[in-house]
Design a protein around this ligand. Structure first.
Ligand code: GLN
Length: 307
């Protein structure tokens, strides 16, 4: 298949959609980016990669980081993790408080904010301090992307800390139910820090290879999680990776995927490749508008979907 040609076609075809949607501005530093950027990258198991647009420009991965922390916590806690976080789609926005009250502080899944905050709390307990915890998360992301220059953006980190009242509310509510063990401020600060990690689509598409290959990086042969755990991560990506638009994403794209409010989306074609797209304007569910369209075009043109 001529992947370069397909990516170039997609870039041309999504061009008319580039002005659609709105950049996230509830984290003020995110609103500073050029809203009309686009990038798409794919990385194959043999290491070849194909790109279009600003594929080397790093952006805030935001909730894509939840994919790394969930995988990492699953490797540590195994099945015990599910005592504190479920695996059902929430059908609610990513930062909703309502369901959490009904369901006694146990988040529906690890990809809504409440679930990711519990996962951060679990990683903090395991690694002992905020410094160690962030260092280990960063190391995991660097290992999976095979790039040791990946890091976080202190400006975005600080900006979210100043405006993160809703996330602090989620953490406090869960603390009241006993589902946060650490100090609320520290947990939330750590959560914001991993959300502020910056990566390019080139790096993100590379970092998805282990999830496309049963938990083992096909290039370095390094095993990150077991086959069974990788299957679970992919299943949760498919059912919960786009919040209350997860059904839409499965319907139109047909791949396990995870989005972030920075405008990035990663997706996995099992046994074939990792994919990442970037375009900062978001649809009403908080997922990249043109990025979603680009992924839909990709699976239509290539016939590569899990269905
Ligand atoms: N850091 C963001 C928040 O907590 C992540 C949300 C997202 O990317 N959907 O609101």
């Amino acid at each position: 298949m001529d992947y370069q040609k397909i990516l170039d076609e997609i870039a041309a075809e999504i061009e008319p959609t580039i002005g659609k949607g709105k950049v996230a501005d509830y984290i003020p530093a995110l609103a500073e980016v050029d809203p009309d950027q686009f990038a798409m990258s794919i990385t194959l198991f043999d290491g070849r990669s194909f790109h279009t647009g600003v594929s080397d420009r790093r952006f805030s991965i935001q909730s894509i980081s939840k994919l790394f922390t969930f995988t990492q916590a699953l490797g540590i806690y195994s099945r015990g993790l599910y005592e504190r976080v479920g695996v059902e789609p929430s059908g609610n926005p990513f930062n909703s408080l309502v369901q959490l009250e009904y369901e006694s502080g146990k988040p529906r899944n690890p990809f809504i904010n409440a679930g990711a905050i519990v996962i951060t709390d679990m990683l903090l307990s395991h690694y002992g301090s905020a410094e160690n915890c962030y260092r280990e998360i960063e190391a995991f992301v660097r290992d999976t992307s095979d790039d040791w220059s990946v890091s976080f953006d202190p400006v975005v980190w600080e900006s979210e800390q100043e405006h993160g009242h809703r996330n602090t509310a989620l953490a406090n509510l869960m603390k009241s139910f006993g589902n946060i063990r650490g100090d609320v401020e520290e947990v939330v600060r750590s959560y914001f820090k991993h959300c502020s990690i910056e990566m390019s689509t080139r790096e993100l598409s590379r970092s998805m290879l282990f999830l496309a290959n049963h938990g083992t990086d096909p290039i370095t042969q390094r095993q990150f999680v077991t086959t069974a755990q990788a299957k679970r991560v992919n299943a949760v990506m498919l059912t919960c990776g786009h919040y209350d638009a997860s059904g839409e994403f499965a319907f139109h794209v047909g791949l396990p995927g995870k989005s972030g409010v920075g405008g990035g989306i990663v997706a996995v074609v099992p046994k074939v490749m990792g994919i990442a797209v970037y375009s900062p304007r978001l649809n009403s569910w908080g997922n990249s508008y043109s990025g979603t369209k680009a992924l839909e075009l990709f699976t239509t043109k290539t016939g590569l979907s899990i269905f």
